[in-house]
Design a protein around this ligand. Sequence first.
Ligand SMILES: NC(=O)c1ccc[n+]([C@@H]2O[C@H](COP(=O)([O-])OP(=O)(O)OC[C@H]3O[C@@H](n4cnc5c(N)ncnc54)[C@H](O)[C@@H]3O)[C@@H](O)[C@H]2O)c1
Ligand SMILES: O=C(O)C(=O)C[C@]1(C(=O)O)C=C[C@@H](O)C=C1
Length: 303
Amino acid sequence: MSFSRVTIIGLGLLGGSVGLAVAENLPDCRTSGYDADPDVRQRARERGLVDEVFDSPAKAVADAELVIFCVPVGAMEQAGAQISGALRAGTIVSDVGSSKAAVGEALRRALPQATVIPAHPVAGTERSGPDAGFAHLFRHRWCILTPAAGTDPQAVERLSRFWRALGANIEIMDAAHHDLVLAVTSHIPHLIAYTIVGTASDLEDVTRGEVIKYSAGGFRDFTRIAASDPTMWRDVFLTNREAVLEMLGRFTEDLTALQRAIRNGDGKMLFDLFTRTRDIRRSIVEQGQDDARPDFGRGDHES
Ligand SMILES: NC(=O)c1ccc[n+]([C@@H]2O[C@H](COP(=O)([O-])OP(=O)(O)OC[C@H]3O[C@@H](n4cnc5c(N)ncnc54)[C@H](O)[C@@H]3O)[C@@H](O)[C@H]2O)c1
Ligand SMILES: O=C(O)C(=O)C[C@]1(C(=O)O)C=C[C@@H](O)C=C1
């Protein structure tokens, strides 16, 4: 059975995209929404991100069968607590947060009576806010569900069906494993982008104007990632601290080995590594996961 009433808490990039994707793919499902920021609520009404925007979180969730929290991961517990007295029995509670173990614990603490199934659509852009969302965001993307052991399998299947209807592919994973994998594939790449753009802007011998003027493809790609929302990413690093620190330790060791290879003129090491990494890129393209493809759902929304 699919959901006929879904509430979205947080109407920025992710919340807005979920609302628009439901309208496009599940026309029989009615959506309601709430955001803590009155300006965002106003813009969400103007853009029609959900069928009805409420000024109170309790009213927004009153008849929901599914509530999805689309707020920064550090705000999940407080956002959950705001609706704790207002949920119907049997409501499924989920989220879209980028880290999963801490978010699952936060939502279960705030809503002990609810069926909590954390989720992470691995899809996004560097943009944020109510103007950033679009209906195709989840098409051909993975959505990872991290239910705790013992979660009702029918509820998990119901949520999986919901995300499949929005175009996503489903993977079910242990929350701790999710956090380790995403530390490598998403969180550390963002940290590297923030670092390299920060370093470039702090240089004394190279002016900020030169950095902007001569930014070639590689650096420009880093600047896109480094433009991502500061609140969201602060919270990701604070909630996925252990996995990020573990992977950062490995990364730092590998970077030091590269530094040594450059100093020692060890061309073979550099060539072998660059050959291995090129093969990874080729595998991604071969598997059809290259988001430069025209139907990947980003194109017309890029600024
Ligand atoms: N941006 C991405 O690429 C991306 C991708 C996948 C998952 N996520 C996750 O999605 C979530 C939302 O990210 P986003 O990019 O949509 O951010 P966003 O800044 O675009 O939207 C977040 C919204 O949450 C609202 N909010 C904050 N606290 C609230 C509260 N207590 N109650 C109600 N509303 C509240 C804010 O006002 C804001 O409008 C985060 O947990 C993030 O980790 C983001
Ligand atoms: O494409 C981008 O701009 C993103 O950063 C999206 C991205 C990612 O790292 O892949 C960012 C955070 C998420 O939790 C999921 C997706």
